[in-house]
Design a protein around this ligand. Structure first.
Ligand code: UDP
Ligand code: MG
Length: 328
C-alpha cells in the first residue's frame, strides 16, 4: 500500500477543500476528453459546490496527457496524475482515491459510457445519508449476448462463494462518501478487486439506474480473456470456496474408492476371483490425476496471491502530478 503522504504530500484528505471530487481513469482516451468535460463540468457547476476533477493517465500512449495539460491551463481544478506505465484501471482508481480531497467522490469511466447527468440524482441520494450510491445498468444492450450471460453467471457464482454479495450489474460508476474513501484507502491489500471491496467496507448503499451509452471513441480495453481473468481474480480474492471445493471433491472420491474396495472384496469372496477391469484402472488414474492437478492449480492461485501480498510493492508509481497544491 503506497503511503499517500509520500506520493501526494500536498494532500491532506481529512480537511479537503473540494466538496466533490471526480476521479477519471484514462487509458488512451485523448478523443473522449473534450466531449466528456463539456458534459461533466456544467453538471458540477450546476450542483453549486466546490469541485475538482482528478484524471489519472494510466500510461496512455496517445495524446491524453498533453490534452489534459491543455485543459488544466484553462481550468485549475482539473488535476492530473500521470502513472509511470499502464497499471490497469483498478490501480488508477486507487491512485485517484488517495488523491481525492472531496467529501463526495465520484468514480466514472472517461469514455462517456457513464452519463455525468446521473451525478445530480446520486448527490440527492447521498444527501439523505447513503454512503455508497452506485450506478445500476438499466440494460446491457451495448454488450454482446455471450458477455451478458457470462457476467450474470459470474455475479451469481460470486455471491454464492464470497462472504460479501455484490449487486449484479452494479458498475464502477459510483459516488462514495468521505468515510468510505478513507476506509478503502486504509485497506492494505495489493490485489484490489474494487467491486468486492466496496461491499466489504460496508456502510449503506443505494442505486441509481442509468443507460449505458455506446463508447464514444476508441475501443474497450477489455478483451474477453481479460474479463475472464478479472472475474477469476475476484473470486480468488474474496473466497476460499475453490479450495473447499477441491477438498470436498477429494473426500468424496476417497469415499467412493472405499466403497468400491469393499465391493471388490465382497465380489471376490462371493463370486470368486475375477480379473478386475483394465478400463476401471485407466479411468481412475486419469480422473484422479486430473483432479490432483486441478487442486494443485487452485492452491497455486492462492499462493501466488500470498506471494504478491508479501512483496508489498506499491499499487502504482506516480511519475508526475499536475495541478495539486504546493507544486513547484
Ligand atoms: N482504463 C484504465 N486503464 C486500463 C484500462 C482502462 O484507466 O488499463 C480506463 C479507461 O480509460 C476507461 C475505463 O477505465 O475510462 C473503462 O475502460 P473501458 O472502457 O476499456 O472498459 P469497459 O467500458 O469496456 O468495461
Ligand atoms: Mg468503457
Amino acid at each position: 500500500m503506497p503511503d499517500d503522504s509520500r506520493i501526494f504530500p500536498q494532500q491532506s484528505c481529512a480537511q479537503g477543500h473540494a466538496t466533490i471530487s471526480v476521479i477519471l481513469p484514462m487509458y488512451n482516451e485523448a478523443e473522449a476528453i473534450a466531449p466528456l468535460f463539456a458534459r461533466l463540468i456544467p453538471i458540477l457547476e450546476q450542483l453549486g459546490s466546490d469541485w475538482e476533477i482528478i484524471c489519472i493517465d494510466d500510461g496512455s500512449r496517445d495524446a491524453t496527457l498533453s490534452v489534459l495539460e491543455h485543459w488544466h491551463r484553462d481550468e485549475a481544478r482539473i488535476r492530473v496524475i500521470k502513472l509511470s506505465r499502464n497499471f490497469g484501471k483498478e490501480a488508477a482508481l486507487s491512485a485517484g482515491l488517495l488523491a481525492a480531497s472531496g467529501t463526495h467522490v465520484l468514480l466514472m469511466d472517461s469514455d462517456l459510457q457513464h452519463p455525468p447527468e446521473s451525478l445530480t440524482e446520486m448527490m440527492a441520494i447521498q444527501a439523505r445519508g447513503v454512503d455508497i450510491v452506485y450506478g445500476l445498468r438499466r440494460s446491457r444492450r451495448t454488450e454482446g449476448c455471450v458477455r451478458s450471460v457470462l457476467s450474470a453467471l459470474f455475479y451469481r457464482l460470486f455471491s454464492r462463494a464470497a462472504e460479501v454479495p455484490i449487486p449484479a450489474n452494479a458498475s464502477d460508476f459510483r459516488l462514495l462518501s468521505r468515510r468510505v474513501v478513507d476506509a478503502l484507502n486504509a485497506l492494505p491489500e495489493q490485489n484490489r478487486f474494487l467491486k468486492g471491496l466496496y461491499a466489504w467496507v460496508g456502510y449503506s448503499s443505494g442505486a441509481v439506474l442509468y443507460d449505458v451509452a455506446a463508447r464514444r471513441s476508441g475501443a474497450s480495453k477489455w478483451s474477453f480473456f481479460k474479463l475472464c481473468g478479472y472475474a477469476w481474480n475476484g473470486v480468488i480474492s474474496f473466497s476460499a470456496a475453490p479450495l473447499r471445493l477441491s477438498a470436498f471433491l477429494g473426500s468424496f472420491i476417497a469415499a467412493l474408492a472405499l466403497i468400491y474396495a469393499a465391493w471388490i472384496v465382497v465380489s471376490t469372496l462371493v463370486f470368486g476371483n475375477d480379473v478386475p477391469g483394465y478400463t476401471t484402472l485407466a479411468v481412475a488414474i486419469f480422473f484422479l490425476g486430473g483432479l490432483q492437478l486441478l487442486s494443485i492449480g487452485i492452491l497455486g492461485e492462492y499462493i501466488s496471491r500470498i506471494f504478491d501480498e508479501t512483496k508489498r510493492r506499491p499499487l502504482f508509481i506516480v511519475e508526475d502530478t499536475i495541478g495539486f497544491k504546493d507544486e513547484t
